[in-house]
Design a protein around this ligand. Structure first.
Ligand code: FAD
Length: 363
């Protein structure tokens, strides 16, 4: 039965495991419940925040003074199937990785590289989460969402969702839409359809699955991804060493060629060997700009893998993952993130951009 509860601690609902309580909290299971949560927020004149899997959030130690809505719309339903594809409807509260497992087991190809990422389907659509050259939006047809400002339902076509790298129309209009379900049309295949060309300074998929060998099955690809994620400490799964984090805390928008040349010169001056050791750390974009790995820049600061300050620090396996080592607070995490940003800015003149949403912080 739908209930609005009071003073619910939010830390257990987040992967950082920090943060205070929600003044009000509810878990809608259907359209009607969402409308009731919306009416409640209006009546009490409090803000409303949607919390999915809590894997890309930093909740303040003071908690959230409005109503936190934790979607419980679950389930994957097969709407239609042809010889070539499957049409699916998936509830926003469905755990993303359960959906990936469902896809792999049903020969629905295209999500296997997104294995092992925490979060819900709603959060994935909002963030257009992606990894290893696949994105949540790749096979989306449409999305049903509730407009919290107007109090109406709308079905968004893929074009209207305005997906781009780690971005969507919903994220651009943060706080306005409640994503309730997503519709996908997924190609049917037992093996991966495109070889994963991902390569970084530790892993090269072209070596794991060479061209002269048959295409890997969806399951083989999923297992390879889980192992790579496990090695990077980016997997919260039994049998793997896991950390309380929100994954990569920072992103960095592509820089101009001039900025790239300046950053390279600065890095050479600081430590020319690192430039070679950490390759590849930049990727030229089609529009002439250059994408630089933020982790590369951090390697020139004191904020490197394994750094610790009190109860928080940086993962020993991934320089972009700020970690709560146990007993940490949101304030400790926020301060560490600020210092990391400042340090990179002072050395290279570029601003790292937090990828996590800050909840309940006062400007
Ligand atoms: C170990 C680890 C590894 C990770 N690896 C990756 C990775 O490889 N690639 C990647 O892209 N991300 C990664 N992430 C980040 C995170 O898992 C994704 O961003 C994920 O999509 C967040 O989903 P969520 O349900 O947890 O959203 P939450 O963290 O709960 O919320 C994030 C934002 O989405 C909004 N939101 C959530 N649900 C809805 C909804 N139903 N309607 C409207 N808005 C909603 C929230 O209001 C908030 O603004 C990682 C995180 C961790 C902890």
């Amino acid at each position: 039965m739908f209930q609005i509860r009071e003073y619910i601690p939010l830390a257990p609902f987040t992967t950082f495991g920090v943060g205070g309580s929600a003044r009000y909290f509810c878990e809608p299971e259907c359209e009607n419940d969402i409308e009731r949560a919306y009416a409640f927020a209006k009546e009490k004149e409090v803000p409303l925040f949607i919390l999915g899997g809590g894997s890309n959030l930093l909740v303040s130690d003071d908690g959230y003074s409005g109503i936190v809505v934790h979607p419980a719309f679950k389930g994957v339903s097969l709407e239609e199937e042809t010889e070539d594809s499957l049409s699916l409807c998936v509830g926003a509260g469905e755990v993303w990785d359960d959906f990936v497992i469902w896809s792999v087991n049903h020969d629905a190809a295209g999500f296997e590289c997104l294995s092992g990422i925490p979060g819900t389907v709603g959060g994935f659509v909002f963030e257009n989460a992606g990894a290893y050259r696949q994105n949540c939006s790749d096979h989306i047809v449409s999305v049903d969402a509730f407009d919290i400002r107007e109090g109406i339902w709308k079905r968004f076509s893929k074009e209207e969702c305005e997906f781009s790298y780690h971005m969507s129309f919903f994220k651009k209009n943060i706080g306005r839409y409640f994503i309730a379900r997503a519709y996908f049309n997924v190609p049917r295949s037992r093996t991966v359809r495109t070889r994963c060309a991902y390569k970084d300074n530790r892993f090269d998929f072209s070596k794991m699955f060479p061209e002269d060998k048959p295409m890997p099955s969806l399951e083989e690809m999923r297992n390879a991804i889980l192992n790579v994620r496990g090695e990077k400490g980016m997997l919260i799964m039994r049998g793997f060493e896991s950390f309380k984090s929100a994954g990569s805390f920072f992103g960095l928008p592509p820089v101009t060629r001039e900025d790239f040349a300046r950053i390279t010169r600065e890095a050479e001056r600081l430590d020319a060997k690192k430039i070679l050791d950490l390759a590849p750390w930049y990727w030229e974009q089609q529009d002439g700009s250059v994408k630089i790995a933020p982790a590369f820049l951090l390697e020139f600061t004191s904020f490197t893998k394994g750094y610790r300050r009190g109860n928080v620090g940086i993962s020993p396996k991934h320089s972009l993952a700020i970690v709560n080592y146990g007993g940490g607070t949101a304030e400790e995490i926020r301060c560490l993130a600020e210092d990391m940003k400042k340090s990179v800015f002072e050395l290279f003149g570029v601003l790292l951009v937090p990828e996590v949403t800050y909840v309940g912080f006062h400007a």
